[in-house]
Design a binder for this molecule. Sequence first.
Ligand SMILES: NC(=O)c1ccc[n+]([C@@H]2O[C@H](COP(=O)([O-])OP(=O)(O)OC[C@H]3O[C@@H](n4cnc5c(N)ncnc54)[C@H](O)[C@@H]3O)[C@@H](O)[C@H]2O)c1
Length: 356
Amino acid sequence: MTLKVGVIGAGSISESHLQSYASSKEAEIYAICDLNEQRAQDKAKKYHASQVYYDYNELLADENIEAVSICTWNNTHAEIAIAALHAGKHVLVEKPLCKTVEEALLVEQAVKQSGKVLQVGFVRRYATNTAIIKNFIDSNELGEIYYAKASCLRRLGNPGGWFADKERSGGGPLIDLGVHIIDVCWYLMGRPKVKSVSGNTYSKLGNRSNVQNLSFYKAADYDPSKNTVEDLANAVIRFENGASLLVDVSFTLHAKEDKVAVNLYGEKGGAELEPELNLITEKHNTILNAVPQTDSATFDFTQAFQNEIDHFIASVKGDKQTLSPVEDGVEIMKILCGIYESSEKGTEISFEEVKI
Ligand SMILES: NC(=O)c1ccc[n+]([C@@H]2O[C@H](COP(=O)([O-])OP(=O)(O)OC[C@H]3O[C@@H](n4cnc5c(N)ncnc54)[C@H](O)[C@@H]3O)[C@@H](O)[C@H]2O)c1
């Protein structure tokens, strides 16, 4: 039996969900929903969905639908996820889980009450290069991971539209890009309990829509007139096991070029996940840099999405457990919101103190 799926939000990222569902023999794209009627209709036509909705409540009332992908603005994730779970649907919700820790806890409660599967769209967990490093870490090849460092720096890349509207996004590069690299480090470090965070955000450069002769990714509804999000964030995250994670992310920065780097350092070895897979170790008093031989040395977006969707379908069918459950979405929201709070207050946020 194929799983009948509804996709809510038919913008940019829905394309990756739809392509992956379309490539799966186990799923049928049954319905599409978007506030933008034309967008919903175009996607329904392209992917042969039999139903088109403009109000997600109507899609959720359709009893034929067993599972939904939520690909809407961040401020609607919690509301739609909770309604979907209460309507008896399994949920794959795009990252970030939502905008606040309070919302995240409500989603967690709804998952428990409904008994349905909720998978958070931490797509990097499903990437082949992440799985390779996870395998080495699980076999204790790197020893205890005590330090990780991750950067995702765009020199010119504020997508505008809802991404630049704090009300709808919850923030800028930290909640949009930081969520991915913080999550993948935390996951590979073994999901240690967070002790404290100290962060800084800056809004020094604006969205730089004045820049000419250099193109960049723009949201579907691009509007350069509004920008209420930070353009740079950095943070140090301390864990109860003594490990630490150092992060910086930007939508724009006077950097020479864009940069993505994810590094993990353990007692027995290190790993570079981005920009290219590398393993570093020591044997017989000699340092070895080992390059895993794989089809793609870096993050393969299409493959990772296919893996994520396949895993979601398998979890719904009871064949697998999701790799990115709601509890992890809650922990990541604590970290992200803690960094924003730390920056606002100009002080470290300790999780014992605030008792989240
Ligand atoms: N996993 C990834 O790598 C990745 C990449 C990009 C975006 N995302 C996430 O995906 C989500 C969507 O981002 P996007 O780039 O596709 O944005 P987008 O603006 O291209 O698309 C969002 C769509 O959602 C629709 N929408 C908003 N509220 C709605 C509602 N209540 N009901 C129905 N439709 C609604 C909008 O009309 C729009 O068409 C965000 O949460 C974003 O963080 C994830």
